[in-house]
Design a protein around this ligand. Structure first.
Ligand SMILES: C[S@@+](CC[C@H](N)C(=O)[O-])C[C@H]1O[C@@H](n2cnc3c(N)ncnc32)[C@H](O)[C@@H]1O
Length: 369
């Protein structure tokens, strides 16, 4: 990567040429699955630079201004970054100017310790969050308005118990799948896939695998509805579960904006939904849903790094088809040991969602034996 801090900055923990880091990651994926009968795995490479649509920087205060920084790869301490080519083009091009703008205004820089951004792949929308160790007020709002106008962005200020929003706190991400444009709102502060290019590949890969089927679909860990929305065209009725309130609220808005009226969303943990399905515990928030009438042929799960809990694993093990998206191949392997008693893996893919880091995103599709 064409970056003067490459090798020194902890943001790129695997500072190798792009192809080399991908082949190292691929090898490590196959090592984890050694002895496991995986079908041929498709490898989806990322763009080599400008691939991150969201990022977090520490703010470094120095006499005469502030700098955006990352932790050093080795040892303690931080390294100032004026240009980060891993980030979305628009943010990369403006990050130094943003730091300079903030550094000239005490209302913006005093006790500021973190700057986060979220941008759309088409670079039309961007939101920047400024996070403080002191309360923020009207004086901050005035300066933040000027910051937002200067860079044409939404600005969010956060400090303990306070959140102030200037302009939009979300961006709109557009994804084309088989000629149809899907429009997603991503809200700042909630989960969204960081690598827009790879996310489009993941959506295309999963969408292409299935023909429409006269049955229902269950999704656990649905986030903002990233996978749920396009898959709503393949099934009769969908139930999508998500624990985070902001993500679920965004998913509901995204469903309305994309005319998806066959999805029932519930804010609850995957574990709780499994107990509702097992009838071990009733939930008021599911009272509008006739669980006995749901015929979940397919289940899609996209859990956090620790993988699936026992109850969720048992719940999906009774489906005909399982789509398991994972950001941790070790917990995927653990869960596949169980699922492969009843299912066989029919398709597998590795997505380089996090280039220049050790992180591996993958997806396997299982069908009942
Ligand atoms: C890896 S993200 C995937 C989100 C979504 N599939 C996407 O592509 O944007 C995992 C999601 O699981 C949610 N989550 C974490 N723990 C959960 C739990 N126990 N039950 C349900 N959702 C959970 C998080 O809030 C997050 O939105």
């Amino acid at each position: 990567m064409n970056c003067e801090s490459f090798g020194e900055c902890g943001g790129c923990a695997l500072p190798l040429e792009y192809e080399e880091q991908l082949s190292r990651k691929t090898e490590s994926f196959f090592d984890i699955f050694a002895g496991f009968d995986l079908p041929e795995t498709k490898i989806f490479a990322s763009k080599k630079s400008r691939f991150r649509n969201r990022g977090e920087f520490r703010v470094w205060h120095e006499s005469g201004g502030v700098a955006l920084s990352m932790r050093k790869k080795r040892g303690n301490g931080a390294i100032a970054i004026g240009r980060c080519p891993a980030m979305n083009n628009r943010f990369c091009a403006n990050m130094q100017a943003m730091a300079d703008f903030i550094g000239d205004r005490p209302a913006l820089f005093e006790r500021l310790f973190e700057l986060d951004f979220l941008a759309s792949s088409d670079e039309k929308d961007m939101v920047v969050a400024l996070i403080y160790h002191k309360p923020i007020d009207e004086r901050w709002s005035e300066a933040a308005r000027a910051f937002g106008d200067r860079f044409d962005i939404g600005v969010i200020g956060r400090s303990k118990g306070i959140k102030l929003v200037i302009g939009d706190e979300f961006i709109t991400e557009r994804v084309t799948i088989e000629g149809k444009i899907w429009s997603y709102k991503y809200i700042e502060g909630a989960f969204s896939q960081p690598n827009g290019y790879i996310n489009h590949k993941m959506l295309g890969y999963i969408f292409d695998l299935f023909e429409p089927i006269d049955s229902d679909y269950l999704e656990l860990y649905c986030g903002n509805g990233n996978f749920t929305l396009p898959l709503s065209k393949k099934f009769n009725n969908l139930v999508a579960i998500e624990a985070n309130a902001n993500s679920l609220a965004t998913a509901k808005i995204n469903a309305i904006n994309n005319d998806c009226d066959n999805i029932f969303f519930a804010r609850m943990s995957a574990e709780d939904f499994a107990s509702a399905m097992n009838k071990t515990r009733p939930f008021n928030r599911l009272k509008e849903l006739d669980l006995d009438a749901c015929r979940f042929h397919t289940a899609l799960v996209d859990p956090p790094r620790f993988g699936l809990d026992c109850a969720s694993l048992n719940l999906i093990a009774s489906r005909e088809r399982i789509v398991y998206i994972s950001c941790n191949p070790k917990t995927l392997r653990r869960d596949l040991e169980d699922l492969s008693k009843t299912h066989r893996v029919v398709s597998a893919a590795l997505f380089d969602q996090f280039p220049y880091t050790e992180h591996i995103e993958s997806c396997v599709i299982l069908e009942r034996k």
